[in-house]
Design a protein around this ligand. Structure first.
Ligand code: GLN
Length: 189
């Protein structure tokens, strides 16, 4: 299996290592031809306004949207989650607009820019998942067809809509490979 990792900016190397540990081949994607032949795409954390601008200037916005509409699975984490959302609260930044979710950016407040917590994510098994949040967004609203996979307090932080899987935290920054495995085994396959 060959999975592409969007490598314009942000934590793409960490995703690459996690995916490689799961036994899949990866390709860093910076140009449209590098999308050819990949079975799925990972969009990492980073800074979503910058990532949106880079997607446009590298002519990747359209081809990714087209492949996604043809069924290509996508895992988006943190800024990657923002890139998948159809609606961002109080912002008109450009996204791929693929998932029926409304997102609030930098939503955990200034005092808690970064934190770690144990999350209950039933689809990943009974063991809690150590989640690292860095200036994280949360999902404020979901439409029908979106499955909520985890909440942090009352905020939705992990969800799936068909072939799109998103997390507000950073599964690539811990040794726990369950989120990547779930993506490979249950979303891509
Ligand atoms: N705060 C960033 C944004 O809004 C996301 C942070 C992250 O990806 N760790 O784009």
């Amino acid at each position: 299996m060959l999975i592409g990792v969007l490598a314009l900016q942000g934590a793409f190397r960490e995703h690459q290592y996690s995916l490689e540990k799961c036994g899949v081949s990866i390709r860093q994607v910076r140009k449209p031809p590098e999308l050819e032949g990949i079975e799925a795409l990972v969009i990492p954390g980073g800074e979503s306004t910058t990532m949106g601008k880079l997607l446009n200037s590298f002519s990747l916005m359209e081809p990714i949207i087209n492949l996604a509409k043809q069924g290509m699975p996508i895992l988006g984490t943190c800024a990657g989650l923002i890139m998948l959302a159809k609606c961002i609260r109080n912002s008109r930044q450009e996204t791929l607009a693929l998932m029926d979710i409304k997102v609030e950016r930098n939503a955990f407040g200034r005092q808690v820019d970064s934190f770690e917590t144990d999350l209950d994510i039933p689809v990943l098994g009974a063991e809690p998942f150590r989640a690292v949040f860095i200036r994280a967004p949360y999902i404020a609203e979901v439409s029908e067809g979106v499955d909520i996979l985890a909440r942090c307090d009352d905020k939705i932080v992990c969800a799936r809509q068909g072939r799109f899987l998103v997390a507000a935290f950073h599964p690539e920054l811990t040794d726990d490979l369950r989120m990547h495995r779930y993506f490979i085994e249950n979303v891509v396959k």
